[in-house]
Design a protein. Structure first.
Length: 258
């Protein structure tokens, strides 16, 4: 095998000079054109920096203005133990809760007059009724904040009504349908579940739970929901998802700053 032969090509000084002059000419031309090019297309964009920061956690939910009251705290704890359940669709009848305003405590007076004596001020009582029947009185209505003069009689007695805080039809749907009649009658006449209130306001409430109805007076909301939960807890009632959420929301707003 033969070896490769190479031939050296001589490079003249003149050729080198031409190359140097050509490079210099290109450099000068670029310097002249660069300002015009920048004006037309703008400066070259700097590369976008890569964000290496560690993501922060999502903002926390807004906290109450202050700690809730002891009463609200107790109600919140009780509410968390109350079962959530769908309403029972069995037809409701008021008679399933026994005789209206029965004398269940055997004190010789019906439940309606017991509550009127408890909740009204400046009362006068009917003679010969063993201080039972309320003839007149003044109600400082918790639901509206109004002051109502009560007078017993046709067309006037209904201005003050006795409200079941937990309505009987609502209770029927949330477990009371399975109770004995004795237990239902106890709930219907329990002073814990009863308040003397403005008649038209009580009528507007009907059998609605907290998700659909709250007292017009916002200043009474905390007392209302605390009492509502207390009744549920005392009688082992259940609660719907919507009413549970409404009760929880109201209780969470019952701060010491109120």
């Amino acid at each position: 095998m033969g070896s490769e032969n190479t031939e050296e090509i001589p490079v003249s000084k003149k050729s080198i000079a031409f190359v140097v002059l050509g490079v210099a000419a290109l450099f000068i031309a670029f310097r002249m054109v660069a300002p015009t090019l920048t004006a037309v297309v703008g400066p070259l964009a700097a590369p976008t920096p890569i964000d290496t920061a560690v993501p922060t956690s999502a903002p926390q939910a807004e906290q109450p203005a202050g700690p809730v009251t002891p009463e609200a705290e107790q109600a919140i704890a009780a509410l968390e133990q109350i079962p959530i359940a769908l309403p029972d669709q069995t037809p409701y009848d008021r008679r399933q809760f026994g005789q209206a305003w029965a004398d269940v405590d055997r004190n010789g007076c019906d439940t309606r007059n017991d509550v009127l004596r408890r909740d009204l001020v400046d009362t006068t009582l009917k003679p010969g009724t063993r201080d039972c029947v309320v003839l007149t009185g003044v109600l400082h209505d918790p639901y509206t904040g109004k002051t109502i003069d009560f007078t017993r009689g046709q067309g006037t007695s209904e201005l003050v009504q006795i409200d079941h805080v937990v309505p009987l039809a609502w209770a029927w749907r949330q477990a009371a349908a399975d109770w004995t009649e004795e237990k239902r009658q106890q709930l219907a006449n329990d002073p814990l579940n009863l308040l003397a209130v403005d008649g038209p306001t009580n009528t507007s409430k009907s059998d609605q739970g907290p998700a659909l109805w709250m007292p017009p007076s916002e200043g009474y909301h905390c007392s209302y929901v605390e009492r509502f939960v207390q009744v549920l807890d005392s009688y082992d009632l259940t609660v719907t998802t919507e009413d549970h959420a409404a009760l929880q929301s109201e209780l969470s707003s019952c701060t010491g700053g109120e």
